[in-house]
Design a protein around this ligand. Structure first.
Ligand code: ZN
Ligand code: ZN
Length: 255
């Protein structure tokens, strides 16, 4: 089911400025948090009362009054969903699960990686809570309903084994695709990280077979850096775009 009135927010969080996306259906208030990697306090305060530092980018209300004008009285967090399990994307899931009694959705092939979040972050001097365990699996080509919000799951391994892109259909405007570290504006995710199953050939295949067939105006929300679109990356991305050459030895950008 396509969303009629999506409200999408990007919060750039943590030491790696990872994009945590919050998606709300303005018709119902149902809300999902994609990649709750860091700054959970900030996200919770904003969702619950517009307090503190708001999003870095938003398509919707900026205040309680704005929200009420749109007809929504409050937001209800109905699920946590992850593109993959690297610590910058999953580190504050335990805090969010403490606050919200909801399921955490992750691809099974990243279940091992989720157990390493705390130790990988500690190596960079960052302190995280004990990792949570995902409570629901997501798998390729599945369409899942989170309250009134539907996402189509595209399994796109290559950056990690269980990496997925999440497609949000919108009835009146471009679709939105949350890609984690699979694709960036002008780059792709790293494929050299330990315990992760990174492989450039696999990543390139995932992008070309799963993402390039999507509508060119689909808005791409990468895990790091600016927004882009399928059409622009398909044409100009130097590593996986139409004009890309061979990329022997290329290991990508961002973890
Ligand atoms: Zn990342
Ligand atoms: Zn990553």
């Amino acid at each position: 089911m396509k969303l009629e009135s999506p409200w999408i927010e990007s919060f750039m969080v943590g030491d790696l400025q990872m994009r945590c996306s919050v998606v709300t259906d303005l018709a119902t208030g149902d809300t999902i948090i994609i990649d709750g990697g860091s700054e959970s306090e900030r996200i919770i305060s904003w969702i619950e009362g517009f307090d503190g530092v708001g999003p870095n980018w938003s398509t919707g209300p900026q205040s309680q009054e704005d929200m009420q004008e749109s007809g929504v009285l409050s937001r209800k967090v109905v699920a946590l969903v992850n593109t993959h399990a690297h610590y910058d994307h999953s580190g504050h899931i335990p805090n969010l699960l403490q606050r919200y009694d909801v399921d955490w959705y992750l691809h099974e092939d990243d279940y091992f990686l989720q157990t390493l979040a705390k130790t990988s972050a500690a190596r960079r001097g960052i302190s995280l809570p004990e990792p949570a365990e995902a409570t629901q699996k997501i798998s390729d080509e599945q369409t899942l309903d989170f309250g009134s919000i539907s996402l189509k799951i595209l399994h796109t391994p290559g950056h990690t084994l269980g990496g997925c892109c999440l497609l949000l259909g919108v009835s009146d405007g471009p679709d939105h695709l949350f890609v984690g570290d699979t694709l960036f504006a002008g780059s792709v995710g790293r494929t050299d990280l330990p315990n992760t199953g990174g492989d450039f050939e696999v990543l390139s295949h995932s992008i070309k077979t799963k993402l390039w067939p999507l509508k060119p105006d689909t808005v791409v929300h990468p895990g790091h850096g600016p927004l882009t679109s399928i059409g622009v990356e398909k044409l100009t991305n130097p590593y996986v775009g139409q004009s890309s050459q061979s990329n022997d030895g290329f290991i990508g950008k961002y973890m």
